[in-house]
Design a protein around this ligand. Structure first.
Ligand code: HEC
Length: 155
């Protein structure tokens, strides 16, 4: 029954469309190509943040299970695109918006606002024109200090 193998193979090939990956939702808002986003994460981000976004003690904060919280405080959305590692990455605005959306969905889905609006290329392009520099750590500390206050307001 060798002829059976042909349609089976075609089926298998047809099913091999790019999916976000195991354990991830079928569609990721603002991520046109999850495989490309992951590749850009590997090339441009994980050297500091590590593959699983747990960061590097003393130098790079943990994004995993944490980074989405910035989206709940005023200024947090801007911060995520103006932080030096993001704003100055050697990626186009398109690729940068995609990898930023990908990293938020991939590493901290629990803290994403229910009405999360993905970053667009234009928004990231505008924000990265004003990158944070030496003040990044202080800006970050100010935002993190607000997490508790906002958390109480959100019940
Ligand atoms: C040279 C190391 C380095 C690289 C490369 C890097 N980052 Fe970062 N990232 C940091 C550090 C350090 C911080 C903390 C803020 C600061 O002091 O700059 C940070 C903060 C962040 C934050 C804010 C979260 C928080 O807890 O402050 C996000 C989001 C982020 N990085 C995403 C990325 C993405 C996406 C890339 C790749 C395009 C990237 N980073 C590349 C070092 C890096």
């Amino acid at each position: 029954m060798r002829w059976l193998a042909v349609p089976a193979l075609m089926l298998a090939t047809g099913a091999a469309v790019a999916t976000p990956g195991p354990g991830l939702p079928d569609t990721m808002p603002g991520v046109a190509n999850p495989a490309r986003a992951r590749q850009n994460w590997i090339l441009a981000c994980q050297g500091c943040h590590r593959a699983d976004a747990t960061g590097t003690p003393q130098t790079t904060p943990t994004m995993a299970g944490f980074v989405g919280r910035f989206l709940h405080v005023p200024g947090g959305r801007e911060y995520l695109a103006q932080v030096p590692g993001v704003a100055t990455a050697a990626l186009s605005n398109d690729a940068l918006a995609e990898v930023l959306n990908w990293s938020l969905i991939r590493f901290d889905p629990a803290h994403l606002p229910g009405d999360f609006t993905p970053y667009t290329s234009a928004e990231v392009g505008r924000l990265r024109m004003k990158p944070l520099r030496t003040e990044a750590a202080a800006t970050r500390a100010g935002l993190v200090a607000r997490f508790k206050i906002e958390g109480k307001q959100q019940k």
